[in-house]
Ligand binder design. Structure first.
Ligand code: RIB
Ligand code: CA
Length: 313
């Protein structure tokens, strides 16, 4: 499975990257950075350092957009991901040069080189994906599927009461991506807040090798943030769950394919993903052919699968 990863590492992004690299059927061809948890330049450095840590320094990293489509970068989420985006953990610096083009340019180049094969996994704001659509309007016909960690259908937001962070950071980009006519799967907070790492998972990582210990030290910062939400040392598994939906390892047990609007206004609902779920009470969930697939739940707990993959890195 040929994969492009667009990310804003980001502690859970780091877990998702490790998961993808540990999965035997994934060919991770390119990583693009985007502002979100931290700025795009720092996210690119974090991605390059993580690839070096995981023994895959040859995978290219393309630096993406610092600013969002209509708003400047705002300083990120240091209260969640730490000042450097990965929990303050200092990794050995990767030395590979960044790709010549921007993340959007390199995504288009990759999609054109392998028509119909590329799976796009977006686990940060959708700015680069929207810019790639502006560069090449044929992109949807060249891409197999787009899987997005983002949004909240029936669940509350996390960035605001109504909006999830990736969408809230760039609602205009999300609206363009949802409307582009390609096969889009959204893994929203409805699903990702239900899948968690606990103290035992953190302990297992800290007892592992250097790669697992680095992830464990990052996760400690994430647990500090999620203590207020879960009342115990724990964290949600947003980005790695989206990665496992992409690979199919996380078997979806409840989903719906429906029209989704994004609030691009300036009011309290900015960044809200408004899914038309009025058909949800039917025996068979709505499956609008031109809708966005929303994942609500998976068949088995994901944490054990993720831990096993990360311990095998
Ligand atoms: O809302 C969670 C999402 O926002 C995750 O992708 C996290 O890394 C941040 O980017
Ligand atoms: Ca992310």
């Amino acid at each position: 499975m040929l994969v492009y990863l667009d990310c804003d590492p980001g502690i859970d992004d780091a877990l998702a990257l490790g998961y993808l690299l540990a999965h035997p059927e994934v060919e991770l061809a390119l990583v693009g950075s985007v502002s979100g948890n931290t700025d795009a330049a720092t996210a690119a450095e974090n991605a390059r350092d993580l690839l070096a840590l995981f023994g895959r320094p040859q995978i290219p990293v393309a630096v993406g957009s610092t600013d969002f489509l209509t708003r400047p970068y705002h300083g990120g989420a240091p209260h969640v991901h730490g000042g450097n985006g990965i929990g303050g953990v200092q990794l050995v610096r990767g030395t590979a040069p960044f790709a010549a083009g921007s993340a959007a340019e390199e995504l288009v180049r990759l999609a054109r080189s392998r028509p119909g094969e590329l799976h796009v996994l977006a686990i940060g704001p959708l700015t680069n994906i929207a810019l790639a659509l502006q560069l090449d309007q044929e992109l949807p016909s060249l891409v197999a599927q787009v899987v997005i960690m983002g949004g909240a259908a029936l669940a509350p937001g996390n960035s605001t009461a109504a909006a999830e962070a990736n969408i809230h950071n760039d609602p205009e980009a999300a609206a363009a991506v949802f409307a582009a006519g390609w096969d889009v799967t959204v893994v929203p907070l409805d699903a990702t807040m239900l899948q968690r790492f606990e103290q035992s998972d953190l302990d297992a990582l800290l007892a592992g090798g250097p790669r697992q210990q680095a992830l464990g030290r990052m996760l400690g910062t994430y647990y500090d943030y999620y203590q207020q939400h879960f009342g115990r040392p724990s964290s949600a598994l947003h980005d790695p769950l989206a990665a496992a939906v992409l690979t199919g390892e996380a078997v979806v047990s409840r989903d719906a394919r429906v029209p989704v609007e994004v609030d691009t206004g300036d009011g309290p609902g900015r960044g809200q993903t408004i899914a038309d779920l009025r058909g949800r009470y039917r025996p068979v969930p709505p499956q609008h052919p031109d809708g966005v697939r929303i994942v609500f739940d998976i068949a088995e707990p994901f944490a054990p699968q993720l831990l096993a993959r990360l311990l095998s890195l």
